[in-house]
Design a protein around this ligand. Structure first.
Ligand code: HEC
Length: 200
């Protein structure tokens, strides 16, 4: 059985209690296995309204960072707290093929920006918030093709920003700007200030 992913905000109670009741003695093994499967599916379905699916994968720290250093200069929109940016594999694979110029990331690309409590986190310190972009052009909550989310790591609560607040500022990444390589050509960068750039 799939273990609940607590990091991703899933409820630990979903499913497990019901499965326990199937262990009746003297029943043949095969039908029990089928029954177990059916009950698992039912339990998972029954749980879904109370345990909304997380949009933010729990394994972001295993992804490659788009900027090697910790960012802690003050920026509008994200303040002066330390920030670390990770991009998942589909984003890196696309960037490897795309080269320079116009960028349009594939559906399923996820960019996670960790925000720490201070400008200088101690080694091993955990972030408090994640600002996240999930490429999902078909989602009615997407703005500019991305879902814009804020995840509070203490509570696990994820908030999808349905206003254009995040998108409007990030639109500046598609023209020359003061950050990273500054996008001097003003290429469309798909709203990313620090698009992943695979090295040689
Ligand atoms: C006023 C401008 C502004 C607003 C508003 C803003 N951002 Fe950003 N964002 C930036 C800048 C500048 C960066 C570059 C990285 C850094 O220095 O933190 C950035 C970086 C990011 C990144 C890393 C990807 C990249 O562009 O390199 C994510 C993810 C992100 N922001 C999410 C969000 C979300 C979600 C919101 C809304 C809740 C938001 N941002 C609102 C300016 C803004």
């Amino acid at each position: 059985m799939k273990r609940p992913n607590l990091e991703a905000g899933e409820s630990p109670s979903c499913g497990s209690a019901r499965i326990g009741r199937i262990g009746l003695p003297g029943r043949p093994a095969a039908p029990l296995a089928v029954l177990a499967l059916v009950v698992t599916v039912l339990a998972a379905t029954a749980c879904s309204p109370s345990a909304p699916k997380s949009r933010v994968p729990g394994d972001w720290t295993s992804w490659r960072k788009s900027v090697d250093r910790v960012l802690n200069y003050t920026i509008p929109g994200h303040g002066d707290k330390a920030r670390v940016i990770y991009v998942n594999a589909p984003g890196w694979e696309y960037a490897g093929r795309a080269g320079s110029g116009r960028l349009e990331f594939p559906e399923g690309t996820v960019v996670v920006k960790e925000i720490y409590a201070s400008g200088n986190p101690a080694p091993g310190e955990k972030p408090v918030t994640l600002d996240v972009m999930v490429k999902a052009p078909g989602d009615p909550d997407s703005r500019g093709g991305w879902l814009w989310l804020v995840k509070d790591l203490a509570s696990g609560k994820e908030t999808v920003m349905t206003s254009t607040f995040c998108q409007t500022c990030h639109a500046n990444a598609n023209s020359p700007h003061p950050y990273g390589d500054k996008n001097p050509e003003g290429a469309f960068r798909d709203y990313l200030y620090f698009p992943p750039k695979p090295g040689p």
